[in-house]
Design a protein around this ligand. Structure first.
Ligand SMILES: NC(=O)c1ccc[n+]([C@@H]2O[C@H](COP(=O)([O-])OP(=O)(O)OC[C@H]3O[C@@H](n4cnc5c(N)ncnc54)[C@H](OP(=O)(O)O)[C@@H]3O)[C@@H](O)[C@H]2O)c1
Length: 113
């Protein structure tokens, strides 16, 4: 039977940070490892569903909007019902932290950098 595959690709700072003032704590860092980490995120999620809170979806750059399905989730939406809409697809839970909390129980693979 087909199911929804639910995954997370998440970057965590060395002090445990996930975000800072609405951006990534290392936002704008052009060092190769940071550039490669962001590129890897967009490579892995290409062609799949990226499901995230409104601020995170708003921050997806234009180049990445055409080749993946972006889905804004709100706290009024039931996570299980929402995932049911994507049976047979791979769904990446994109954050922010409250969204990871709500969807964590469905995640089969956490990819943490
Ligand atoms: N480190 C990383 O890999 C990474 C990845 C993504 C984002 N971030 C960082 O995270 C920050 C943005 O995230 P954010 O959390 O502030 O805003 P967000 O992306 O808008 O996500 C949080 C919002 O999602 C909505 N939501 C949807 N389903 C929910 C549920 N079941 N339970 C609770 N809330 C739910 C809520 O808004 P409503 O109540 O209005 O519906 C909540 O305020 C930025 O700093 C960004 O850089 C980091």
């Amino acid at each position: 039977m087909k199911k929804t595959v639910v995954r997370v690709v998440c970057a965590i700072g060395q002090a445990g940070q996930l975000g800072l003032k609405g951006g990534l704590p290392w936002e704008g860092n052009r060092s190769p490892e940071f550039v490669a980490d962001v590129a890897r995120f967009f490579d892995l999620t290409r062609g799949h569903v990226l499901l995230a809170g409104p601020k995170t979806i708003a921050s997806v750059p234009d180049f990445a909007r055409a080749d993946r399905d972006l889905v804004v989730v709100r706290s009024s939406m039931d996570p299980e019902d929402t995932l049911q809409r994507f049976v047979g697809r791979v769904v990446f839970i994109g954050g922010g932290p409250p969204v990871w909390d709500a969807y964590a129980r469905f995640v089969s693979h956490w990819d943490i950098t």
